[in-house]
Structure formats: C-alpha cells, structure tokens
Ligand binder design. Structure first.
Ligand code: NDP
Ligand code: 2IT
Length: 445
C-alpha cells in the first residue's frame, strides 16, 4: 500500500460520507501494489486518480403522482464512470437506501467487472431512492416514465446503456424502454438491456447472473478437484439473482436448503421448491414467509435474520451489499463451508473476506462471480446491433464460455502476481490492467 495510502486519503477527502464507495475503492487499491511496481507508467499517468473520478455524475429530480393523486419527489442518479472500453454499461437500482455513494460504489465495481467479461463495455450505474414495494403497476409505470423523461437525454446505444438491478426487472425495463421510444421517436433496441425476448431482449438474460455465479463456483470447485454435485448450498435473497442461482445449482446436482428476503429466511431441508418460489416472488411479488406457509410443516421461517447460520458447503450471497459479516463468516467456516461466490455486489464485508481467505475457503468476488449478467447484456447489445436473436442454448453456451474465461483469467493473474488461489487479487488486477492499458493508449482525457 505504499503508493496507495496517500491516494486513498485523498479519495476519502474528496468523497466525504460515501462509505460504500470508500470500501469498494479500498478493496481494489489494496491489491494493486504488485502491478504498480511492475508497471510504473500507470503511476506516472495517474491512472488510479483518474479512474476514481467518474467521467460524469448526474443527479436529478423525479416527481410523480401516486394512485391517490398525492405527489412524491424522488432523487434519480446516473454515474457514468468510465467509457474507455465501451459505452457506459450497468444497471439501475430502485431501493430506498440508494444514494450517491452507493451508486458510485456500484459504478466503480462495474468498470472492472465489465472489463473482465472481455466485451466492449464501459462502467456506469444509476437508480433512485424510490421504494417500489407495495406500489401498484400504474404507480411503477408513472415513476419509470418520469425517471426516463430526464434520463433519456443522457442515453444511447453508443453512449450509455442501463439495465436492471435491485427493484428493476423486466416490468420496469419495459416501462423505461416505452418512454425512451416515445420521447426520442426511435426504436433503438440497444439503449437498454434486459428487454422482453419478443421486443429485442436476449434469451437467458433473466437467468444470466444467477447461472453465471453458479458456473463460476463450479469452476472454482473444479480447480480443487471437486464439483457441485451433492453439495449443500445456502443462498441469500430471493430476487432475480438468487432464483436463478438456485435453479443452476439444482441443475448441477446441489441441494439448496435456504434463501431469504429482507423479512427473514426459510430453511427447507428437502431442497427449495423452485416452482413455488418463482410463483411467490416472480408472479405474486410476495414475501418469503409465504413460502413456509404454503410448503408445509417441514419448512421453517425465521424472522429478522439472515441465512448464514444454516450450515452449508457452498454459500452464495445474492441479496445486497454488506450482508455477510465477520461473525457470519466464522459461523460458515465452522460449519465447513468450502466455497463462497458473490452473486450480489460487495455482499461480504472486508473482515468476512479475510476470514474466508485465512481459512482457505475458495472466495469469488462479485466483480468476477456475478459478471454473467452484464456479459449477457453485452450479448443482447450484440444481437440488437445485428438485428439477430439467438437461441437459449447458444446464448447459455456463450455465457458459460465467458464465465470460464473470467475464472481462468482471475486464476492465472493471481498466480502471476504471487497470490495463487486469491480470486480477489486476480479479479482486481486482471480488470485493472485491461482498463489501465486502454487509458494509456487513449491519452490524457
Ligand atoms: P432483486 O430486486 O430481484 O432482489 C433483491 C433481493 O435481495 C430480494 O430478495 C430483496 O429482499 C433482497 N434485499 C435487497 N435489499 C436488501 C436489504 N437491504 N436487506 C436485505 N435484503 C435485501 O435484485 P437482484 O436479484 O437483481 O440483485 C441482487 C444483488 O445482485 C444486488 O447486489 C445486485 O446489485 C446484484 N447484481 C444483480 C445483477 C442483475 O443482473 N440483476 C447483476 C449483477 C449483480 P426484499 O424483496 O425483501 O427487499
Ligand atoms: O451489477 C450488475 O452487473 C448489473 N446489475 C447488471 C448490469 C447490466 O448492464 O446488465
């Protein structure tokens, strides 16, 4: 951290009160020493200072009226972090906790994640502190229309291409796309990803993040001479990423015994009934407690707690940032966990990551393990650009290839820089080198 400490101090000073952004930056910077020693030109060109300053940050008012006619004012964000590798690319999050620091942490992570996919996409992120829970479809539509009425002027298939994240799924992307099309009078499919498959969306985009996370886990286990078959898996969350992580884990022979939402978690020792979970969450937009009520007496619902007390071989945090703490990590290690892969962005606190690494647990950071979602978004952009549409099988095969490629580049980079088996080091350095080389080539901008 010799070069890094003064840089980090300056980042704290310039970005006060943005705790999640500080955490994400620190986690990357503290692994870069070996590459900065070998490549002093990155230091001379002040690559890190430039990378930590977003190219553009947009904050805007989003007024809308609820079904009773009452007026609400939310705050909208889009942080266009880096376009050195391609148009800004990254999701939109609608959640009451959203603020500038959270959007910047997510945008910063996205730069490296997108680089690791090997696809031509830059990094960005956006969203709003709007709370979609218990809102009617009509309210969601009006909110999305108001949000896009401002954001549209900053987007474009060659400029900035949003997608979903927490609170933004297929329904919201539909309303956002409709409003973009109306305002611009352009059916510009490549301006958003995660669209419906009959109007420009890609097969397997819905599944991609969860599937990719499990495929990455399978690769980590394979490098240790193991597989997912027969393993006991704990998944947190029960949204888009969690549901399709469960699906792929089950396809590969694992038993998923727990999942959660912000109210609590369920334990189903026979294995989660995915059809029931999808019906409750995707169709009914209901709560996880309903799962226990409908599945019967062998399933317990525990209110107000997370899933990490449930012993497992593989843990997949798929809900939100900082949801797996040091004590949870110790509990998981005591229970014999072998692999942890972040389906969510930064769900594991730095102290918890250290516990896993010291215990020799295979640990995959989100920027590698959950990159399947944005990679498939890039495949959607590719299909839109060529007015093509691929089969599910072909798209899934491309996703699997990309996840193998990300795994192998993290693995070999970690080895090359003296930290074998450390996927955090591998992901950060591999992503950083791609971005930094492109910045050097493109000059001081
Ligand atoms: P969803 O909105 O579909 O699901 C989020 C899930 O996490 C819900 O079960 C939700 O519970 C739970 N959750 C959210 N916030 C909190 C919180 N503060 N405390 C406890 N539980 C919470 O989102 P996604 O599945 O799309 O996203 C999950 C994670 O994956 C996020 O970190 C996201 O950034 C990341 N990610 C998503 C990608 C994608 O393609 N969608 C791609 C890569 C990463 P409740 O309903 O009760 O709020
Ligand atoms: O965090 C993420 O990578 C996402 N929410 C997906 C971004 C995208 O553009 O598909």
């Amino acid at each position: 951290m010799r070069v890094i400490e003064p840089l980090y101090a300056e980042i704290l000073r310039r970005n006060q009160g943005e705790g999640e952004f500080h955490q994400a930056v620190r986690e990357v910077l503290e692994t870069l020493d070996p590459v900065l020693r070998q490549r002093p030109e990155f230091v001379d060109a002040r690559i890190i200072e430039r990378l930590c300053e977003p190219e553009r940050q947009l904050i805007f008012r989003v007024p809308w009226a609820d079904d009773s006619g009452d007026v609400h004012v939310n705050r909208g964000f889009r942080v266009e972090f880096s376009s050195v590798l391609g148009p800004y690319k990254g999701g939109l999050r609608f959640h009451p906790s959203v603020n500038l620091g959270i959007v910047k942490f997510l945008g910063f992570e996205q730069i490296f994640k997108n680089a690791l996919t090997g696809m031509p996409i830059g990094g960005g992120k956006g969203g709003s502190d709007f709370d979609p829970k218990r809102r009617s479809d009509a309210e969601i539509m009006r909110f999305c229309q108001s949000f896009m009425t401002e954001l549209h002027r900053h987007l474009g298939e060659y400029t900035d291409v949003p997608a979903g994240d927490i609170g933004v799924g297929g329904r919201e992307i539909g309303y956002l796309f409709g409003q973009y099309r109306r305002i611009t009078n352009r059916h510009e499919s490549g301006v958003l990803t995660g669209k419906g498959v009959n109007w420009g969306g890609s097969q397997a985009r819905t599944e991609a993040t969860g599937y990719g996370c499990v495929l990455f886990t399978a690769e980590m286990l394979r490098s240790r001479g193991e597989s997912l078959d027969g393993q006991r898996v704990a998944v947190s969350g029960s949204g888009n990423v969690a549901i399709y992580a469960i699906e792929k884990a089950q396809q590969l022979g694992a038993t998923v015994v727990t999942c959660s939402d912000s109210d609590g978690y369920i334990v189903d020792e026979k294995g989660v009934d995915l059809a029931l979970l999808k019906e409750i969450k995707e169709v009914g937009r209901g709560r996880i407690s309903e799962y226990a009520e409908r599945r019967g007496e062998n399933v317990k619902f525990v209110e107000g707690a997370g899933v990490w007390n449930v012993p497992c071989d593989v843990a997949l945090p798929c809900a939100t940032q900082n949801e797996l703490h040091e004590e949870d990590a110790r509990t998981l290690v005591r229970g014999g966990v072998k692999a942890v892969a972040e389906g969510a962005n930064m769900p594991t606190t730095p102290e918890a990551v250290r516990v896993f690494q010291e215990a020799g647990v295979a640990f995959a950071p989100g920027k590698a393990a959950n990159a399947g979602g944005v990679a498939t978004s890039a495949l959607e952009m590719q299909q839109n650009a060529s007015r093509d549409s691929w089969t599910f099988a072909h798209t899934e095969e491309r996703l699997a290839e990309i996840m193998r490629h990300i795994h192998d580049s993290c693995y070999t980079t970690a080895e090359r820089y003296g930290s074998p088996g450390n996927y955090v080091v591998g992901a950060n350095i591999a992503g950083f080198e791609l971005v930094a080389d492109a910045m050097l080539a493109q000059g001081l901008i």
